[in-house]
Design a protein around this ligand. Structure first.
Ligand SMILES: C[S@@+](CC[C@H](N)C(=O)[O-])C[C@H]1O[C@@H](n2cnc3c(N)ncnc32)[C@H](O)[C@@H]1O
Length: 274
């Protein structure tokens, strides 16, 4: 059966809407790694979700935010956020990484969360209110078309979402567009070993469960390079299926000025006179 990109995206949206409704009703969320929604196995519990955050970070969060955690890593731990920065979380889900980021960047900074699922956005807003953070803004939209101006963000984070995108090249190009020169990314995602074909990835897990849509390490690196990133690294952290891992993806946007075809004219050396 051939599934169109729109159908696949709608399947993803339905899955995570269901997960948000489960958390709102007091049950654990379901998402990456689950064979069927809300049927997490033991291996999934260790590979995905709140277990990937330390006790101190979990203590900073409302219970519903930790219950809603569906990520495969902890991007706030790798992004080295600083006071006053603007952070954007792609596919922010129940808001866990947006809330943690908002606390790291402080009142002079801001944390945006972008998600396409209304139920997740409502849950995230509720969690942020409960956590008492006011420097957060949740945006509705898709990560393939980020609703923010160019060069407006210092750091892009994301937790187990890019594998779910139906157009990963567009996502990487959009990240490059919204980052300020010198900006950086700290992303957790599911990534496959290079020798696994797309068919072999699909044999190991579903698309909505964050396995079948995983890029390989080489594809990720090449995609980031094509989008103009430098200092690229894709590091496996733990295995989530045979030959498929949770990984930390880091890269930076060059801070070279855009030349737009014009020569850069160096000022002439002077002897201090005039
Ligand atoms: C696996 S959950 C991860 C949520 C959150 N990052 C976390 O760590 O708990 C995936 C989230 O990404 C959102 N999502 C998936 N594909 C998306 C897309 N193309 N554009 C915007 N949001 C998307 C889903 O609605 C869902 O909330």
């Amino acid at each position: 059966m051939v599934t169109s990109a729109d159908e696949l995206r709608e399947e993803v949206r339905r899955r995570y809407a269901e997960s948000a409704r489960a958390v709102t009703a007091g049950s654990p969320g379901c998402g990456c790694g689950s064979g069927s929604c809300c049927a997490d196995g033991e291996a999934d519990a260790a590979s995905f979700g709140e277990a990937l955050y330390d006790a101190e970070q979990r203590g900073e969060l409302p219970e519903a935010a930790t219950l809603a955690s569906l990520g495969c890593g902890n991007p706030t731990a790798v992004a080295e956020l600083r006071e006053g920065e603007t952070v954007l979380d792609l596919g922010s889900g129940g808001g866990i990484d947006v809330i943690l980021s908002a606390k790291r960047v402080g009142p002079s900074g801001r944390a945006y969360g972008l998600d396409m699922t209304d139920e997740m956005l409502a849950l995230a807003q509720q969690n942020a209110t409960e956590a008492g953070v006011t420097n957060v803004h949740f945006l509705k939209g898709v990560i393939e078309q980020i609703p923010l101006p160019a060069k407006s963000v210092d750091v892009v984070i994301s937790n187990c979402v890019i594998n779910l995108s139906v157009d990963k090249a567009a996502v990487l190009a959009e990240i490059a567009r919204v980052l300020k020169p010198g900006g950086r990314i700290g992303i957790s995602d599911v990534v496959a070993e290079d020798q696994l074909s797309p068919e072999e990835r699909a044999e190991r897990g579903s698309y909505v469960g964050c396995i079948a849509g995983a890029l390989s390490k080489g594809e990720y690196e090449a995609g980031l390079e094509a989008a103009g990133f430098v200092h690229i690294s894709v590091e496996f952290t733990h295995q989530v299926a045979d030959g498929i891992y949770s990984a930390i993806v880091r890269a930076a946007k060059t801070n070279e000025p855009e030349r737009k075809g014009l020569p850069v004219i160096q000022p002439a050396a002077t002897d201090g006179c005039c």
